[in-house]
Every structure is written in C-alpha cells, then in structure tokens.
Design a protein around this ligand. Sequence first.
Ligand SMILES: C[S@@+](CC[C@H](N)C(=O)[O-])C[C@H]1O[C@@H](n2cnc3c(N)ncnc32)[C@H](O)[C@@H]1O
Length: 267
Amino acid sequence: MLRAIPSIFSLMSLRLLKLRSDILKIGELEFDDDMVMSNMMGPNALRILEEMIRDLDLKKGMRILDLGCGKGLTSIYLARKYDVIVYAVDLWISATENYERFKEQGLEEMIIPIHAEAHDLPFADNFFDAIVAVDSYQYYGHEAEYLDKHLAPLLKKGGKIFVGIPGLKMEFDDGIPTVMEPYYKLEYNFHTCTWWKELWGKSNLVEDVRCCELDCHKRAWDEWLSCDNEHAKGDIPMMKADAGRYYNTVSFSAVRKNKRSEVRSQQ
Ligand SMILES: C[S@@+](CC[C@H](N)C(=O)[O-])C[C@H]1O[C@@H](n2cnc3c(N)ncnc32)[C@H](O)[C@@H]1O
C-alpha cells in the first residue's frame, strides 16, 4: 500500500503536467491545444489577431465582422476576450460546421456563422464597429476597388479595420527568387507593407492607414507547420526554402472616415 502512494502521486503529477501542456496560452486567454491545432488553416491566426489588434479598443456588445474566419478560431477569441458579437463569415467553411464548433465552445449566442463571398456581403452599410480579417484578405482584397466597393461601407464612421496576412519583406519585382520558384505562386498575392499601404491610400472611405510587420511571424508559422494538417505538411518545404529571407506577416489597419473628412477628400 505504502509503495502504491508514490505511484498515485506520480500519476497525478503526470496528469497535471499533461493538462498544463494541453493548454495553449494566447495573451491572457487559454485555449485547448487540440481544438486550436485541429482547426488551424494557416499560420496560427490567434497569434496574428492578438498582436494586430492590441491597440483596438473593443467594448462589450460591439458588432465585429471576422471576414474569412475559416473555422472560426479568431471569432472564438474575440467573443471570449471582449464579449463582443461576432459575425463569422467564410466561403470555404460552411455556416453549419462553424455553428457546431461555436456551440461546443458555448458561444453560439455571441458568434453568428455566415456563409458568404467577400464581394457579396449580406450586411447593412455602417453596421460594424470593427472589421478584422486574418490570413484571408490576400484572396479577395488585392484589387484597389475592393475596399471602397465591398468592405469599408459596412463599417461605422470612425470604426477600424485590421488585416493580418502573410507578406513579403521586399516585392518580387525582379522575379520570384530561384529558391522560391517551386513554391510561390503569383496568385498568393503576398506583398510588402508599402504595397498594401499604397493600395489602401487610394481609398476615399478610409484614412489613417498604418502597416507594420508582426513579431509573431515565426511562432505563428512554427505552430502551423507542427500541426497535423496535410496543407501544413505541404508548407514545410516552402518555409525551409524561405529560411526567414523573404516572407513576413504584415498587418495593416485604417479608420472609416467621418462625413467631414469624406467630403474633404472628394473635393
Ligand atoms: C487560409 S484560410 C484562413 C482561415 C482563418 N482566417 C485562419 O486564419 O485560420 C483562408 C480563408 O479565407 C476564406 N476566403 C477566401 N476567399 C474568400 C472570399 N472570396 N470570400 C470569403 N472568404 C474567403 C476561405 O474561405 C478560407 O477559410
């Protein structure tokens, strides 16, 4: 019996250790590691979101659009951390699949899953307090007209929009570097901060455009490459070839103009 006591203790401490390692901490929030790893669709969206909206002042009950939310990890983060109402919009993942996930998290009253295309969003103008898009804007937002035609009108005056996506340290103006040729495709639409800032600078509806490289780049990619997803495994040779030379993670943001600054910019 006495000999059994240490083994019970060691089993308990092993269990505690396991519990601890099963938790992924993102800022002050704790997530089930398996839940995050099995729902990732690219570099860890939670890391990108946490860093890119550090200065965004979200208040309980605000309406947030999470565009291209994939399996909704970022929507879960927003609802849990800020007590906001999230409209979780995606094209490849069905609303029903995401609804099941939000129910499992007990967040179905706070996150509204919607299946929609980014050029045909089913919302009223001036509806959202903020818009976020993690690892999705490069698929639909690279044409200059997109922002003013399809997205910025949905934002309230003074509301903020934040995008975080894979990017480049330098434009591939002289062609794709030889080592990246087997992996990089033009339709990826990876660009530098300067490129995105210039694109959004053409907007008549937003102002105060900012862009920066995110510090979480390596960690977000390492976490993605370590998960058991066939696309992640496919990305390993690409990131090995990159070896930290070309890719980064860029984040850009802007504020919806109020009426007076809209009028000024049209004159
Ligand atoms: C690489 S996944 C990232 C998903 C999620 N944001 C994340 O980081 O885990 C890109 C997402 O963009 C969405 N997407 C791509 N093109 C879209 C479009 N035209 N309209 C709406 N969503 C789009 C896809 O449905 C997909 O879920």
